[in-house]
Design a protein around this ligand. Structure first.
Ligand SMILES: Nc1ncnc2c1ncn2[C@@H]1O[C@H](COP(=O)(O)OP(=O)(O)OP(=O)(O)O)[C@@H](O)[C@H]1O
Length: 285
């Protein structure tokens, strides 16, 4: 079930298909600063002393190897799902592809611009939806003239009613997801990264978002989708990656990867059903 290691060929076409993302042996390591050992002391004063000593003497660095040597080639028009247990490195790999977290090791090559996660960082909770559209769309590279031309369409797609004029901090998580999605896809991105954004939307939004994703794929973009809903992966992706403990354990047709993953965690996909099972496999302990 191991994934064949794609080799790094660099830009160009492979069997007539154009690569949009080439990851060659990509690893991401987070460094966490903090104290080394748990505080254990029955005597409160003794424990406090230890905390103060530790804050000056024993500050340690812990490394988390979130992504370990992942290699893959994604092509134009592909929709690729990512599955894996909590903490297996899915978001980190996508944040790396979106340019937010540099790989600690390995090489990453992108054709064009990755969108979605990038816009999250710039939206401001105290500003209204309208104001955030201006900021987010310009952060994605649109000129003020282009934002004006697309503004109504973005507002319409976000479909927030009167909330569009209220501060974003008053939005439900689903409303926030709608606004982010509407801004991020205002310009058809070359690479769209969707990290559980659809999970918070209602059924109507999900349907429209799925149509927009299909549109982006049709325009030769590449879509990456992280979801714990295996049904969404099999419905929206032709290919899937399975990450475990930061490593790529399987890369293949979405139905095969979802079946193998679900079989391992005890939720086999119903062959007769259109959609796969929903819900997450058991949490990592
Ligand atoms: N900013 C960070 N700083 C330090 N460690 C982090 C950071 N973000 C993630 N990690 C760690 O990296 C590992 C991978 O996390 P990541 O969020 O990529 O996993 P995931 O597969 O997306 O998880 P989930 O399904 O729960 O969203 C985990 O051990 C996590 O604790």
């Amino acid at each position: 079930m191991g994934a064949p290691e794609p080799s790094f060929h660099g830009p160009g076409t492979q069997n007539g298909r154009t690569p949009t993302v080439i990851a060659s042996n990509v690893s991401v390591t987070y460094r966490i600063y903090g104290t080394g050992k748990a505080i254990e002391d029955d005597d409160d004063m003794g424990a406090l002393k230890k905390i103060f000593q530790r804050s000056t003497q024993n500050v340690g660095i812990r490394e988390v190897h979130a992504v370990k040597g992942v290699s893959l080639v994604a092509f134009e028009g592909e929709s690729i799902g990512l599955v894996g247990r909590n903490g297996s490195g899915k978001s980190t790999l996508l944040r790396s592809i979106a340019g937010l977290v540099p790989p600690t090791e390995g090489r990453l090559w992108l054709k064009g611009r990755a969108a979605l996660l990038g816009v999250n960082a710039v939206l401001l909770p105290n500003l209204s939806g309208r104001e955030n559209i201006w900021i987010g769309a310009q952060a994605l590279g649109l000129t003020p003239k282009e934002v004006r031309a697309r503004f109504d369409e973005i507002v319409e797609f976000a479909d927030l009613g009167k909330f569009i004029d209220l501060p974003m901090k008053s939005y439900s998580s689903g409303m926030g997801a709608r606004l982010r999605f509407a801004i991020s896809t205002a310009v058809v991105p070359d690479i769209l990264v969707v990290d559980e954004a659809l999970a918070t939307g209602d059924a109507q939004f999900r349907e429209r978002a799925e149509d927009r994703i299909a549109e982006i794929r049709g325009a030769a973009g590449t879509v990456f989708l992280v979801s714990h809903n295996l049904g969404s992966i099999t419905k929206m992706c032709e290919r899937a990656l399975w990450l475990d403990d930061g490593a790529l354990v399987m890369d293949g047709p979405a139905a095969d990867v979802v079946d193998a993953y679900a079989a391992k965690y005890g939720r086999p996909r119903k062959k007769s059903a259109r959609k796969g099972p929903t819900g997450s496999p058991p949490e990592k302990t």
